[in-house]
Design a protein around this ligand. Structure first.
Ligand SMILES: Cc1ncc(COP(=O)(O)O)c(C=O)c1O
Length: 390
């Protein structure tokens, strides 16, 4: 089976992890800061805090945005459940915005239509690695002092042009915070892991506290504290935080992987180009389209079935699986999930995302794919089309 995505681990990665195993620090050691500094250099952000998963990163980002009961955060319907769940963790309510039918990204027109006085945050997701229209979203949100959290779980290595300059996703040029996931299917991996990046020192300090139980070594001006209690051992819990820490073992892998991130994106881009070339003269599906002025990280290669093939998506999908392709579908609109239905979200609210879901199939795409793998995917996709037409 050729999966739709997988990690690429080499001997250097393995050596980096083994070195930590032989060291004094398995967690909370020097590799954590080293990975954070490397992420800042890579993206151009001032601050990074690495955590145990992309979901943990979203969770603390939502808390730092001040989300809570009585507030709303706008998220695209076409995303993994974690994006919306993080809003629920804070007590706030996710509001699902419809997407652009070409890119699968949140549609700024939908944001404009749905924004209201209780909208506290917008969480654009760079679907498949393709950057959202960040300038437009920033323009809409900043006038109303709405916080923007980029869910860039698919988009490490992507970039977009604005004001004559290229900005890496993660630079937070048009947002307050950006979060990444380092799950094995993502651009680089730490097995499980995530990060939240910002240019705002206060947000950074908040992330540090939330990552580790709300505890800091810096004494606040807490009035009931006895001066004798403050010494080199001192620590203070200032708010209810979590254990969202990531280990040094994982961060060593992250540092080693990040050195190869651009190479991984180049390989992904090359495979995407081969797919595009293979179906340049048309097929039974639409090819993924790029946002203007954007460079995708090509996390996914999402095709969208056309015409009568739409009704036969399940059959197509099963054919492809039977032929040995580990295809997947991204995504079932989040509010269709039984949990969200029980919360009162109804089908039909984001028709473009629903149509996108019905037509979408993600083809295999990952850096370690060989030319033979790519040829096989192209052959199988063509064969499945012919079988369904019979
Ligand atoms: C868009 C999106 N957001 C958030 C997440 C959650 O990341 P993690 O699995 O690292 O918690 C994922 C993971 O698949 C994702 O695809």
């Amino acid at each position: 089976m050729i999966p739709y995505g997988r990690q690429t681990i080499d001997d250097k990665d393995i050596r980096a992890v083994v070195q930590v195993l032989r060291s004094d620090w398995l967690t909370q050691g020097p590799k954590v800061l080293e990975f954070e500094e490397a992420l800042c250099r890579y993206t151009g952000a001032k601050y990074a805090v690495v955590v145990s998963s992309g979901t943990a990163a979203l969770h603390i980002a939502c808390l730092a945005a001040g989300l809570g009961k009585g507030q709303e955060a706008m998220v695209p319907a076409n995303t993994f459940v974690a994006t919306a769940n993080a809003v629920l963790y804070t007590g706030a309510q996710p509001v699902f915005a419809d997407i652009d039918h070409e890119t699968g990204n949140i549609d700024p027109r939908a944001i404009m239509k749905m924004m209201n006085r209780t909208t506290r945050a917008i969480i654009p997701v760079h679907f498949g690695g393709n950057p959202c229209a960040m300038e437009d979203i920033y323009g809409l949100a900043k006038k109303r002092k709405i916080t923007i959290i980029e869910d860039a779980c698919h988009a490490l290595g992507a970039a977009y042009k604005s004001g004559g300059k290229w900005w890496k996703i993660g630079s937070c040029r048009h947002s307050d915070m950006t979060i990444f996931s380092f799950h094995p299917l993502k651009a680089i991996t730490t097995a499980e892991g995530g990060a939240v990046l910002t240019n705002d020192k206060r947000l950074y300090q908040r992330f540090l506290k939330l990552r580790s139980h709300g505890v800091t070594k810096e004494p606040s001006d807490f009035e009931n504290r006895n001066a004798h209690d403050v010494g080199p051992w001192y620590y203070e819990m200032q708010e209810l935080g979590f254990n969202f820490r990531i280990t040094d073992l994982q961060c060593a892998l992250g540092v080693s992987q990040l050195k190869k991130a651009d190479g991984f994106v180049r390989k992904r881009t090359r495979i995407a180009q081969l797919y595009r070339k293979a179906w340049a003269h048309g097929s039974y599906f639409d090819l993924p389209s790029q946002q203007n002025n954007g460079v995708s990280a090509w996390h996914l290669f999402p095709i969208r079935l056309k015409g009568r093939f739409v009704q036969r998506r399940k059959e197509m999908f099963c054919w492809l699986r039977d032929l040995g392709l580990g295809v997947q579908v991204h995504y079932i609109p989040v509010y269709w999930q039984p949990y969200y239905a029980r919360l009162g979200y109804a089908k039909g609210s984001c028709p473009v995302a629903e149509d996108f879901y019905r037509r979408e199939i993600s083809l295999p795409l990952y850096p370690a794919m060989t030319s033979a793998d790519v040829r096989r995917v192209i052959e199988c996709v063509n064969k499945a089309g012919a079988e369904v037409l019979k």
